[in-house]
Structures are given as C-alpha cells and as structure tokens.
Design a protein around this ligand. Structure first.
Ligand code: GLC
Length: 530
C-alpha cells in the first residue's frame, strides 16, 4: 500500500447503530450527543471511519429505515447543528463519517406518501388498481404480502414493512431528489454513504409474478438486481466524484452470483460493498477459503477492494453464531439458532481468531458496535419489548433482529451500564451479564476482546503488508488456513486441525489465544512477521 492509495481501499469502518450506541440525554435512546461523547472510544480503538445507521426523521417502524425526511435529523437523535458538530469532531480525530441512505422506500409519513394518499403525485410510488386481489404475488421481506390496499381500492407496493412504501425509480422527481440529498450531506462534509438494499430500487416493467423463484435464486428477478439499477449508481458516482476528496459508496447488496455482485463495483459505480458471502460462510477451513478466494477473484475482476464483515444490525452477533457447531446448519438470524446448543466460550475464542483473520485479509473491514467487546447476542429478550417489524409481520413467530441491537454496555455493574445517565432506562433491556462486557472493564484487561481489537488495529496501521493488496496461500495442515502478504507478514488460523508448528518466522506479532509448546491449537490465529 502506498500513501497515494485512497483511504477506503483499506479502511476499518465502525458501524454505529445510533439508537443503541450511547444516550446523551437520558431518554433511553442513543443519540448524537452520546456518540460525540464516545468518539474517544473509537479513536482509541483505531478505526478509520464510522458508518451511522439512519438518523433522519422517522417514526422508527423499522429502526429509521423508514425515512420521512432525508435532509434533517430525527429529534430523538438530535439536531442538524449537532450532526455538523459531530462530523467536524470526528474529522478532528481522523475519523471519516459515512451515512446510510435508503433509496428503495420512504416512510409512509414522508410528505410524498401523504400527498400520494391524498391522490396527488402517485407516480412517485408504485400504485396499481387491480380490484380485489393484489397486482401480483410479491412477498414482503418482513413477512406477508408486498401490497397493501387503501380505502379507495388502490394497492401500493412495499417490499419491506407496510410503513415503507417503495419508490418508483422511473420517476424523474425521485431521481432528482436523491441527487439533492447526496449533495446536501456531501456539502456538510460527509465522506460517503452506505446504500440500503442497493440491489433493489428498479422493478421489472409490468410487475410480473415472482412465481416459484426464491428471494436469492440466481437469474433475472422482477425486483432484485435489475440491470437498470446500475445507471442510477453511475449518476451517483458522478456526483461523488465532483467533490474533493471524492466521496465514496458502500453497497448493501445481497446478490448471490459473484459476477452479478461485482457489477456494482465497476470503476464508474460504487466503491465497495459488504461481503455477505463471507459473513455467511461456515467456520470451517474449506468454507472460509472458498469464500475468501471467491471474494478476491470477483473483486480483482473489477479492481475493487474487498471488505470483510462478521456482524451487523441485521444478523445475530457472531460470538453467538460461532458458539454453535458449524454442522448444525444455522443461518445468520437468531431465529435459525434458537434451540441449537451454544458454547459461548468457544464462540468467543473463535471470534478472537476471526478478528485476526478479517484484519489481515486484503482490503477493508467492518466492526459492528459491540464486536470489539465480544458481545454475544441477547437471545431471550422478553416478547413484549420486541420492536423489529419481523416480529409483528411474522405473526409473532420470528423474533427478528433485536437481540443484536441491545444498547451497548460502557461501564459499571448494572443497567444502564453507562449507556445513558444513571437512572435512565434503555429502550431495550440489558441483561445483567452485560456487566462482564463493559468497555471500561475490558479496557483494563489485557486479555479482553477490546484489548485484542486495539492491538490488532494499531498493528494494522504499522504493518505495511496489511490493508489493500494481495495474498499468497501457504501450505498448512488440512483444517487450517494460512496466507502470506508482502512485505514479511503471515496469518495462520487453525480451525479444526491437530495442533501444528508455526512456519519459520521472525516474531509472533499477535495471537488470538495461547500457543501450547509453540503449537497452534484449534480456533486460534496468529500474525507472524517473517
Ligand atoms: C436493510 C437494512 C435493514 C432494513 C432493510 C429495509 O437490509 O440493513 O435493517 O430493515 O434494509 O430498509
């Protein structure tokens, strides 16, 4: 990596799920004031940027992914002035700031949808008159049909919650308005955007049935990954490139086919995308190697840097996923893991090794708030506090994503664990065992996950081999992974091989667990200087 390499090719980006990060005013909901007060934690951690989940005015039916005004701040989170101050303070600490843009749908409280309800400018959304049955068979992501009928008999499309009407991207107003939103935030110093469901937006003309096709089946689909969506991103890239320094995009695109996925990352489109293929890979050497090779290949084809993701606000925390046997066939959701036996000590050991893996791989990496504390999923939130629309829309059969969204424990031995002022009540209850995972406690413990993350990220800045670039696979026992990077670096990870001796090296610069008699045991990773 040279000094001329753009920052986003190697960046470690920390995801701030704002309503659960830190609560400055004591109303139980995280906010900008809380985030500003905790920027020191992020600078000490050694990340390069923060990505903030939607902070715009919203009724919060889907945690802010239901936006009612794209160019303002939700009052529960703060004000536009505070947002400006946060951006300046983050920049002052060398942290870049990425926001979240939600172009597939607005909130049903967005002024445009209110107008549409009153019969005005319905062309901005997807309305159809189809009598008593919905216009087609499309299903909503959170359960139930994707169409809702209004009292006047017309139907509107919502691929997510009923409160999230889909926009019509064939409409010129829609395109112009999003371009204005990008400029609005770029002009305020924002360094980039994460694009929510970037593979949606465009729907096939005529809105044909999906039929038997499953959501992530390969091949053309009437509302996922349409070719026409790329035109939109070329326009957005054009806008980002008019800024100095150029602003950047990261796509949230769950696209199963490698070549289709890579199309989002062509040089005149988006800069990076979340690597969900890797996130979903089982904790076995062949599965991880397959995903890493595929990732490197697909990104190299378009010259884009890969990213490595273990967790985010939509999946169960990886300590808890890794606490399950990889053969148990669990998915990424809490609902897929319930009832499957878990060993959190094992999950933690693997999560430590996984952190060394992602920070050593070529490209950038994401840290979801709480990853650095080794926080497990809260699997047993009381049903009456569940807030995810999945819970509602599934007829209370799927618990959904709240277990990874519980407010962060910062300090102390009882709720609110420093999340908010003493006496405040976090919007989701924190379990008593959060006491073991506070940032304060872990900062004082050299053996903690936080200490490991800090050391890894400090070294990542010092070692010229890490970040953007290439890797060479090493010969290692079956059940292990090993690769070298130039100059003079190697990572070894034992997944389920017998303990083995490290290759010739100058020094062990970092390890996720103890070496016994110099051997690398199961679920342990090391960084070597060669
Ligand atoms: C994305 C977000 C998720 C949200 C959905 C609808 O997948 O990450 O949290 O519910 O889009 O906007």
């Amino acid at each position: 990596m040279t000094d001329a390499t753009p920052w986003w090719r190697s960046a470690v980006i920390y995801q701030v799920y704002i309503r659960s990060f830190a609560d400055g005013n004591g109303d139980g909901v995280g906010d900008i004031a809380g985030l500003r007060a905790r920027l020191g934690h992020l600078a000490d951690l050694g990340v390069d940027a923060i990505w903030i989940n939607p902070w715009y005015p919203s009724p919060l039916h889907d945690a802010g992914y239901d936006v009612s005004d794209y160019r303002a701040i939700e009052p529960r989170f703060g004000t536009l002035d505070e947002a400006g101050a946060l951006i300046a303070e983050a920049h002052g600490r060398g942290l870049r700031v990425i926001l979240d843009i939600v172009p597939n749908h607005t909130s049903n409280e967005h002024p445009w949808f209110r107008e549409a309800l009153a019969g005005e400018h319905r062309e901005r959304y997807v309305f159809r008159d189809s009598g008593d049955s919905p216009p087609n068979d499309w299903q909503a992501m959170f359960g139930g049909g994707a169409w809702t009928r209004l009292p006047d008999g017309t139907w509107y499309l919502h691929l997510f919650d009923v409160t999230q009407p889909d926009l019509n991207w064939d409409d010129a107003d829609v395109r112009a308005d999003f371009a204005e939103t990008l400029r609005f935030w770029f002009d305020r110093g924002v360094d980039g955007f994460r694009i929510d469901v970037a593979n949606s937006l465009v729907k096939e003309e005529g809105l044909p049935d999906v039929g038997e096709r499953q959501h992530h089946d390969p091949g053309p689909h009437p509302h996922w990954d349409r070719d026409e969506v790329h035109e939109i991103y070329r326009e957005w890239r054009g806008i980002a490139d008019t800024y100095d320094p150029p602003r950047v995009f990261v796509a949230e695109a769950w696209v199963p086919e490698a070549d289709r996925f890579a199309r989002y990352l062509r040089p005149d489109e988006l800069h990076t995308a979340f690597n969900f293929d890797f996130l979903k890979a089982a904790w076995t050497a062949p599965a991880l190697r397959r995903s890493i090779e595929r990732t490197l290949r697909e990104h190299a084809a378009v010259g884009a840097p890969p990213t490595w993701v273990l967790s985010n606000h939509d999946v169960a925390r990886h300590v808890s996923r890794l606490a399950r046997d990889p053969d148990d066939g669990i998915g990424t959701s809490l609902d897929s893991m319930l009832g499957v036996p878990a060993d959190l000590e094992l999950g933690t050991r693997r999560a430590r090794a996984a952190a060394l893996l992602i920070f050593a791989l070529p490209g950038g990496a994401y840290v979801y708030q709480g990853d650095e504390l080794g926080l497990p999923e809260v699997e047993d939130l009381p049903e009456d506090v569940l807030d995810d629309p999945t819970w509602r829309r599934s007829g209370h059969t799927q618990r959904g994503r709240d277990g990874c969204r519980v407010p962060i424990p910062w300090s102390g031995s009882a709720a609110p664990f420093g999340f908010g002022p003493e006496g405040s009540t976090p919007w989701l209850p924190q379990p008593t065992w959060f006491a073991r995972y506070t940032a304060e406690r872990e900062a004082a413990d050299p053996g903690s996950m936080l200490s490991l993350y800090r050391r890894a990220l400090r070294l990542r800045r010092q070692l010229p081999a890490l970040g953007d670039g290439d890797l060479t696979w090493l010969d290692v026992p079956e059940g292990a992974l090993g690769f070298a990077r130039t100059p003079g670096f190697a990572l070894l990870l034992n997944l389920d091989a017998a303990p083995f001796a490290l290759p010739a090296h100058a020094e062990v610069v970092l390890r996720s667990g103890p070496l016994s008699d110099g051997l690398l045991a199961e679920d342990t990773a090391v960084w070597l200087s060669l």
